[in-house]
Design a protein around this ligand. Structure first.
Ligand code: 5GP
Length: 121
């Protein structure tokens, strides 16, 4: 699947659509999900144009990979849900149709602030 420049997260990255920003650096942008599924529901997205995790693993640079993983850790601490300063959280990424991915720009969901519960339905 080729990258769609008009997906909603591409528009957020370009500043065409607002978001409730949590954190930003050279590699990632993080913001609150518009339709939170848990007490805390954040999204962490790479700044590069990657459709999903498979695309990212195959095509991202080592710096981008490190940047994304570090970004998740930084955001979890900022939100007070890391195991260092909180009670933990769940990081999840959906891939493709069966994975339930709706927005075709790689994103990690961070769920926290309460017990997250069952892993899958
Ligand atoms: P997916 O199903 O692709 O893994 O998750 C997409 C997520 O993006 C959903 O949780 C949805 O609520 C969120 N989302 C969709 N559009 C917007 C938007 O315009 N702004 C924000 N902040 N989140 C969005």
């Amino acid at each position: 699947m080729s990258y769609d420049d008009n997906n909603i997260f591409a528009k957020i990255l370009r500043g065409e659509i607002p978001c409730k920003k949590i954190y930003e650096d050279d590699f990632v942008l993080s913001f609150h999900d518009i339709n939170p599924q848990k007490a805390i529901h954040a999204l962490v997205i790479p700044k590069g144009k990657y459709v999903d995790l498979d695309d990212f693993i195959q095509n991202a640079s080592p710096e981008e990979m490190t940047g994304l993983l570090k970004g998740i850790n930084i955001v979890s601490k900022k939100l007070g849900i890391s195991t260092e300063n909180g009670n933990g959280y769940r990081a999840l990424t959906n891939i493709g149709k069966d994975g339930g991915q709706e927005v075709p720009h790689l994103h990690f969901h961070l769920f926290g602030g309460e017990k997250i519960g069952k892993m899958v339905e």
